[in-house]
Design a binder for this molecule. Structure first.
Ligand SMILES: C[S@@+](CC[C@H](N)C(=O)[O-])C[C@H]1O[C@@H](n2cnc3c(N)ncnc32)[C@H](O)[C@@H]1O
Length: 454
């Protein structure tokens, strides 16, 4: 991406045109151009064509700068890899030392979705990824926005298929996960990092926010102290991607030790009471934090790879996102037909709190037994506003291919979603997965659906 950003800046300087006038010519915001020039934003093929037209450049040459090969060149590489490499090395001898390691053929991913870590999260699409891919693989796109990213499983799918991916989620802890698994292309946690994270340092003045505010709510006293120490060590890690991997492992360790994998109730007693249980896994709950943490570090490290495209993570409300992507994937919180929705901010407030550790206590709603964060309004929990919210999103991304995941029995209904999508897209396809067992759902009739608007 830097190659393209650099070239764009060069062309702009040669032409003596400022960012703002150029943004008007290209029909995008000036901040977007500035992000591109700094290597912080992905670009669609359509945008590259506009730049090529404006500056009278060859669009294939510009595409090569973001690592996308024109189809004819790609075919040559696939059919004649040896000859193609030989030809390039012969003609560019000064690059020989690095070419052999750097030149890989795009579209051959070094990872598959099987390398995605074992997360436990309401609404994760991990088990549906193969079905999802089967339905979208023939769409023509190179850049994709995962606007409601959650675990990042769908972003990871795109990443393995060599797409340029923007992961987004409005929750900060999810955004950090996106940084660890999607944006991060090369950094892993090594033995020294792990040693630092798991050690008590005399130089750090530890606070006890978890121990003070969550006694007998989710974890034992000893576990609360472990979380306090670990999260404060993580804050001291300078490399942002290493830090994100450590946070990821801490979040997953907290989730796996919770009955129902949620933080919606004060129910430590469920875990500790000496009774027969028909659910959950007491052995997993009682395993030390450190054991879980080390396992998740291993899984997260293994998931890291470079797909040679620009991939990054965002932490925005979906309504404020740029609309410059070839494809936008929309997987909002689900509202059932009684108007009850999944409130992610409430279910996972503990993890969100960990990301604002020193400020956390001020943000707690002490009226609630489980010490959640003070509630926030979400349009996805408002049955009177949810239709309009979908309409607004579809309108915002009307220039992209829109792919929507939902269920057939919610609000809005399947028919309503199709109708709304048809307001902005000529061709709308509806695909149904068939009955799917959702985590914690008692409704076996619910069907997962996919709407594709082209
Ligand atoms: C159904 S989940 C997405 C699951 C995801 N596809 C996966 O495979 O893990 C919905 C996500 O939307 C996020 N979210 C809720 N409101 C949002 C908003 N206004 N903008 C962006 N993200 C939002 C939630 O934090 C949650 O992670």
């Amino acid at each position: 991406m830097n190659g393209f950003g650099h070239r764009l800046k060069e062309l702009r300087t040669e032409r003596k045109i400022g960012i703002k006038p150029l943004s008007r010519h290209l029909g995008v915001s000036h901040t977007y151009i500035s992000h591109i020039e700094n290597g912080r934003a992905t670009v669609s093929d359509r945008f590259i064509s506009r730049v090529a037209r404006f500056f009278k450049q060859d669009k294939d040459e510009l595409k090569m700068l973001v690592g996308r090969m024109p189809d004819d060149v790609r075919k040559i590489f696939y059919r004649h890899p040896r000859e193609a490499l030989h030809f390039i090395r012969e003609n560019f001898p000064s690059y020989q030392a690095t070419l052999s390691t750097q030149l890989t053929i795009p579209a051959i991913a070094t990872k598959t979705i099987a390398d995605f870590p074992s997360t436990r999260f309401q609404g994760s699409k991990l088990k549906l990824l193969n079905w999802l891919w089967d339905n979208i693989k023939n769409l023509n796109f190179t850049s994709a926005l995962d606007a409601f990213g959650g675990t990042g499983s769908v972003s990871y799918l795109f990443k393995t298929h060599h797409k340029s991916v923007a992961y987004n989620d409005s929750l900060r802890f999810n955004y950090i996960i996106g940084k660890a698994l999607i944006e991060n292309s090369s950094v892993t946690l090594d033995a020294d990092d792990i040693d630092f994270i798991l050690t008590k340092h005399p130089t750090i003045k530890y606070q006890s926010v978890v121990a003070d505010n969550f006694k007998n709510i989710y974890f034992t006293d000893e576990e609360n102290q472990w979380i306090d120490q670990t999260v404060q060590n993580i804050v001291h890690i300078k490399n942002k991607h290493k830090q994100a991997l450590a946070y990821f492992s801490l979040f997953q360790s907290c989730i796996i030790k919770r009955p129902y994998n949620l933080f919606h109730r004060k129910n430590l007693y469920v875990r500790l009471a000496p009774v027969e249980r028909s659910f959950g896994n007491k052995t997993t709950w009682d395993k030390p934090f450190e054991t879980h943490f080390l396992n998740f570090v291993k899984e997260a490290n293994n998931a890291v790879f470079d797909n040679e495209q620009s991939c990054y993570a965002l932490n925005e409300d979906a309504f404020g996102l740029n609309n410059h992507y070839d494809l936008v994937y929309i997987d909002t919180p689900y509202m059932n037909k009684q108007g009850v929705s999944v409130d992610y901010y409430d279910f996972y407030h503990f993890l969100e709190g960990l990301t604002v550790y020193t400020d956390w206590a001020k943000q707690i709603d002490y009226e609630s037994k489980h010490h959640r964060l003070k509630p926030r309004y979400s349009v996805w929990s408002d049955r009177k506003a949810i239709h309009q919210a979908f309409q607004k999103l579809f309108h915002r991304f009307r220039d992209s291919i829109i792919v929507v995941s939902y269920r057939n029995d919610g609000i809005p209904s399947e028919d309503e979603l199709v109708r709304m999508l048809k307001e902005v897209k000529r061709k709308v396809t509806l695909v149904s997965y068939g009955p799917y067992k959702y985590v914690l759902s008692k409704n076996g009739e619910s069907k997962e659906i996919l709407l594709i608007g082209e």
